[in-house]
Design a protein around this ligand. Structure first.
Ligand SMILES: NC(=O)c1ccc[n+]([C@@H]2O[C@H](COP(=O)([O-])OP(=O)(O)OC[C@H]3O[C@@H](n4cnc5c(N)ncnc54)[C@H](OP(=O)(O)O)[C@@H]3O)[C@@H](O)[C@H]2O)c1
Length: 236
């Protein structure tokens, strides 16, 4: 029986590269994208074993869309990769807006909650269920407070949204270990994608390969951690 993965933010960047890697390794892939055009492109490129889901993880209805779409094709899902994300802008407190803060929290944190809610029943039917939250080094309280990024300008919204997502990872870990579901946060590397930082040094395709290999090797013993695949543990 084929193994199965759901990947959010699959239209481009890291999410799209993850679709390619999992598909070429014979997984059934459920890429979540925001519109018909992105879904159509994926279904042309991957005519077999690819089942696009059209949903916006910023909206509450995505939970039901994910659940219904999965149930149409499969009883179980093995891996959820919560990859969809947006970057923030304002790095000076006087300029921070509620709108930007709420948007990033909605996508990076509530979007992960909605995706997990929509896929939990299917995850519970897998023999090796894993939830991988694509976080960022910029969500690490330890790294930020140690001045590792001194004199660099990163938005309030992105750093706070990723730190919130990290706490969500820990909360999910504490609850879902009882169901045998692995949960991790990862920093994927500094990628040369749409949301690239000034010090980006890695192609998304390379990061996707590292993530694939690392996720493949995971067991429950490594659950509840923050990791940079191919590098090692990250401090929370
Ligand atoms: N790039 C880096 O160096 C870096 C470093 C650390 C962490 N990360 C994290 O890694 C993840 C992927 O980053 P990336 O660089 O590949 O980003 P990207 O190229 O900007 O792609 C972002 C993806 O997220 C999707 N998305 C955004 N909002 C969404 C929503 N509301 N519902 C569904 N999908 C949505 C986008 O879809 P559309 O095409 O429809 O907009 C797109 O597919 C993000 O979570 C990012 O924060 C990136």
């Amino acid at each position: 029986m084929s193994r199965k993965v759901l990947i959010t933010g699959a239209s481009r960047g890291l999410g799209y590269e993850l679709v390619k890697v999992y598909h070429s390794n014979n997984y059934d892939v459920f890429p979540l994208v925001r519109n018909e055009e992105s879904a159509y492109k994926l279904s042309i490129e991957f005519p077999q074993k690819c089942f696009p889901i059209i949903a916006d993880i910023g909206q509450d209805n995505c939970k039901d869309i994910i659940k219904t779409s999965l149930e149409l094709h499969t009883k179980e899902i093995d891996i959820i990769i919560n990859n969809a994300g947006v970057s923030g802008k304002e790095y000076q407190i006087e300029k921070v807006t509620s709108e930007e803060m709420l948007e990033l929290f909605n996508i990076h944190c509530l979007g992960v909650i909605r995706t997990v809610q929509g896929s939990l029943d299917s995850l519970c039917n897998s023999s090796n269920p894993r939830i991988i939250n694509v976080s960022s080094r910029l969500g690490s309280l330890t790294k930020m407070s140690s001045d590792e990024f001194k004199d660099r300008y990163f938005s309030y919204s992105y750093r706070i949204a990723k730190a919130s997502q990290n706490m969500l990872t820990v909360s999910l870990y504490q609850e879902l270990r009882k169901k045998g579901i692995h949960v991790s946060s990862i920093h994927p590397g500094k990628l040369t994608t749409g949301t690239a930082s000034a010090d980006a040094d890695m192609e998304a395709s390379e990061a996707a390969r590292y993530i694939f290999e690392w996720v493949d090797s995971l067991s429950m013993r490594q659950s509840g951690k923050f990791v940079e695949p191919n590098v090692g543990d990250m401090p929370w």
